[in-house]
Design a protein around this ligand. Structure first.
Ligand code: CP
Ligand code: NVA
Length: 318
């Protein structure tokens, strides 16, 4: 595609609702082929560079396996074994890397860094997690939600089933929380947010246009009342390890347990982006219980990201 058509995926609001409907339909198609051992290689001769400034299991495996399955190849870079860790300017890294590959995924600290990279990149850039956002994870979570409680069929994806639904967010006002808020604003559901004092979501950081898409609750169990989906995340995100002890104290009551799930709708789903800490943000009976869809969420990272890379590189097909 020409430069003028180039799109990046740096935060959830970089795509519109109808583009999400398209992506979920493509993800369904791509997942079905994968399950049927059917070869699908639209990205032959394309290369993905993955830059990791933080640790990863799911993001690395899903992007790397996904790119190879689509016929492409992957370059894996980390801070420690590239010039990124020796203070080569991010603009220069972007100029150089994007002359040799077709698409770039970055996991880093500040959102401004990925924005700077994108501003100097000749090729699409995907956010694989920043301090502020984790859009690929919410892409997978929404797909998983539709798979379990919505409509996903060859006839198309109807996102109107998410309108008016309630997602309970229990825990830190972090990158996952911010991204849920952007998704709620675009797709028309509401997030019930309960965080300890001092760890609230900041609508400015979340980048939402109004605060209509979320409601704040002091009591996490109240946030879960009537929810269609209950979700949480680690108390201490990557990059905040120095705050671990203080956070353990502050977050003690923000543990998703059976009582919180009982306050939600009887058919509510439980989600967690993983990695999880049983006995901290969630009890083992919840994450390993029948309402939990965490393994589907993890697997779906690969299918939705294959659809995303296909879209960013080839545009709409068919
Ligand atoms: N959920 C997620 O992004 O996991 P990793 O940190 O293992 O990539
Ligand atoms: N909020 C967590 C998510 C990890 C996938 C973090 O940023 O570390």
């Amino acid at each position: 595609p020409g430069m003028s058509l180039m799109k990046h995926y740096l935060q959830f609001k970089d795509l519109r609702a109808e583009e999400y409907a398209y992506l979920f339909e493509r993800a369904r198609n791509i997942k079905t082929r994968f399950k049927n051992y059917e070869k699908y290689t639209p990205l032959v001769d394309r290369t993905l560079a993955m830059i990791f400034e933080k640790a990863s299991t799911r993001t690395r495996v899903s992007f790397e396996a996904g790119m190879y399955q689509m016929g492409g190849s992957v370059v894996h870079l980390t801070t420690g074994d590239s010039q990124l860790g020796r203070s080569e300017p991010v603009e220069d890294s972007a100029r150089v890397i994007s002359r040799m590959v077709d698409i770039v995924m970055i996991r880093t600290y500040e959102q401004t860094k990925i924005e700077q990279f994108a501003a100097h990149s000749r090729v699409p850039v995907i956010n694989g997690l920043t301090n502020e956002f984790h859009p690929c994870q919410i892409l997978a979570d929404l797909y998983t939600w539709l798979e379990h409680r919505g409509t996903l069929s060859a006839a198309g994806v109807d996102l109107s089933c998410l309108k008016g639904r309630v997602v309970a967010w229990v825990g830190d006002g972090n990158n996952m929380a911010n991204t849920w808020l952007q998704a709620a604003e675009i797709l028309g559901f509401t997030v019930h947010v309960s965080t300890p004092g001092g760890y609230e979501v900041d609508p400015v950081v979340a980048g939402i246009a109004s605060s209509d898409c979320y409601k704040v609750f002091d009591d996490p169990r109240e946030a879960c009342r009537g929810a269609d989906l209950v979700t949480t995340d680690v108390w201490t995100s990557m990059g905040y390890e120095a705050e671990n002890e203080a956070r353990k104290k502050a977050f003690a009551l923000w543990c998703v347990d059976a009582a919180m799930m009982a306050a939600a709708k009887p058919d509510a789903l439980f989600m967690h982006c993983l990695p999880a800490h049983r006995g901290e943000e969630v009890t083992a009976d919840v994450i390993d219980g029948p309402q939990s869809v965490v393994w589907d969420e993890a697997e779906n990272r690969m299918h939705v990201q294959k659809a995303l890379m296909e879209y960013l590189l080839l545009g709409r097909i068919g």
